[in-house]
Design a protein around this ligand. Structure first.
Ligand code: ZN
Length: 496
């Protein structure tokens, strides 16, 4: 008797080939049988008529490690079809010097979705030389390399660089090459948050290609985009060509992307530069209430930008009527100019409003997403807090609904490959990413005509629609995008 039998569905097996009609039987956490017809002998029978059955989605870029201790159930992952996530990204991981201890402690642990770890270079650097802006001494570099080696020996997949954040940004290219060489000895992964995703984007990709070439790692460019404003948009055509050339040269270089054209963080950070905010909210508010300072900040802003049409206010405590409004709309409502409107929101909310920056061009999102070496990611953890970026809940259903069904960026079988078999191969998950007999029973069942994200910048907690079942390790982890609480996942380790 099987544990689960999935009948009448169309199978997309993850390879990118077209759907076939077949039935899938699951037993003891594995895919026991795939055939045209399997007799009805199972504890649970799922009728998948009109649905597609695919491997579980793999989140190529996750920050779920930071809260895995408090939130092992991984609700926001499984409720959007993610059965495995690659965490420890952007140069910051929950473990560094203690990676061996952390990884050993999670062996055999029960999680709602599987997780694998990269080790943050910034985390290692902080452990050895703190936040100092200088190069490491030879001894310090050896120490960092030894920590990296220990993490690899205990099953880490590789390293993540966060070259835009302190202290990772203080590292020069040769330091990164030295760390990546250790990872390369294990044929591991180096993922990178580039030094610049805006004006210096092309140069930053070039730097990473050098790191990959000199160290022998497989490289992943994280959440790839051309940020900033119009002057940077379209640069992804150049960077994707660079990725193609690197692969033609024999390097292994990939990227991932989240399906949104906006980032989100504190509202005032969009137009009040760092030099006016070094005392936090207090100095922001002091400056916002000083007409002389406002004039200076305004001048600095318009030296760089034309207008404020790309900025939305969300979560405005005390003046909720502005939630979800673009700055030009707020200006009209208040009868003041755009800059004064933005300042007024800052004052009225005590600088507690969140901002959404439409700083990415949607055409670029589509261009990146369609590239055969690009995987899909959330760039999110699992800790829900109000006002968070909707990608936390919506990334995978949005990719399938908005970008595959509505905008036809690529075919459904190809997008499923980019969400499953491809990341499984890149990160070395040997029994995942394919619907194949003997593989782990990580499975999604959804309606390709209905699947869509409902989370928005104003209401980021809305669950997806059209996602019927998510199965992790042979256990039903979510039904209609509501987690069941089953913990079918575990920590995954590099195959030694
Ligand atoms: Zn990042």
């Amino acid at each position: 008797m099987y544990d689960i039998l999935i009948k009448n569905g169309q199978i997309l097996n993850g390879t990118g080939s077209p759907a076939i009609r077949a039935e899938v039987a699951v037993k003891d956490g594995k895919i026991a049988k795939i055939a045209r017809h399997i007799p009805d002998d199972a504890k649970t029978v799922i009728d998948a008529a009109g649905k597609v059955v695919t491997p579980g989605f793999i989140d190529s870029h996750s920050h779920a490690d930071s809260t895995v201790k408090e939130h092992p159930e991984q609700i926001e992952k499984v409720e959007q079809g993610i059965t495995t996530s690659v965490a420890g990204q952007c140069g910051g991981s929950v473990c560094g010097a203690d990676a061996a201890e952390f990884l050993d402690a999670y062996r055999g642990s029960k999680l709602g979705a599987n997780m694998a770890m990269l080790i943050g270079h910034g985390t290692l650097r902080r452990a050895v030389i703190g936040t100092a802006n200088r190069e490491p001494t030879p001894e310090e570099l050896e120490k960092m390399k030894a920590m990296m080696r220990s993490a690899m020996e205990h099953g880490a997949l590789g390293v993540s660089f966060g070259f835009i954040y302190a202290p990772g940004c203080f590292a020069k290219t040769p330091e990164a090459i030295e760390i990546a060489k250790v990872v390369g000895e294990y044929h591991g992964i180096a993922a990178i948050h580039l030094r610049s995703e805006a004006a210096q984007l092309v140069r930053s990709v070039q730097e990473f290609i050098t790191i990959v070439r000199e160290s022998g790692v497989r490289g992943v460019i994280s959440h790839h985009k051309a940020a900033g404003r119009e002057e940077n948009w379209g640069k992804v055509h150049t960077t994707l060509r660079m990725i193609d050339q690197a692969n033609a040269e024999g390097l292994e270089l990939f990227a991932d992307v989240y399906p949104y054209n906006a980032a989100s963080t504190g509202f005032s950070s969009a137009f009040i530069p760092t030099e006016w905010r070094d005392g936090g909210k207090e100095s922001v508010l002091k400056n916002a209430n000083d007409p002389e300072m406002v004039a200076q900040i305004k001048e600095a802003y318009y030296a760089k930008y034309q207008d404020m049409s790309w900025l939305m206010a969300v979560r405005c405590p005390g003046c909720e009527e502005f939630n979800g409004m673009m700055v030009p709309e707020i200006a009209e409502k208040l009868g003041v100019d755009e800059f004064e409107a933005a300042m007024e929101i800052t004052r009225r909310t005590g600088d507690r409003a969140l901002g959404v920056f439409f700083s990415i061009c949607e055409e670029d999102v589509e261009t990146v997403m369609a590239h055969p070496r690009v995987m899909i990611c959330t760039d999110s953890g699992v800790k829900t807090r109000p006002g968070y970026h909707p990608r936390l809940r919506g990334s995978f259903p949005r990719t399938l609904g908005r970008y595959v069904r509505e905008r036809k960026v690529t075919s459904l079988p190809e997008m499923i490959r980019k969400m499953t078999a491809m990341p499984a191969a890149v990160y070395g998950f040997k029994n995942k990413g394919l619907l194949w007999e003997g593989f782990d029973a990580d499975i999604c069942i959804f309606d390709p005509d209905k699947i869509i994200d409902r989370a928005t910048f104003v209401d980021p907690d809305q669950r997806a629609e059209g996602l019927d079942y998510v199965i992790v390790g042979g256990k039903i982890a979510a039904v209609n995008a509501v987690a069941t609480g089953e913990l079918g996942g575990t920590m995954l380790y590099r195959d030694v």
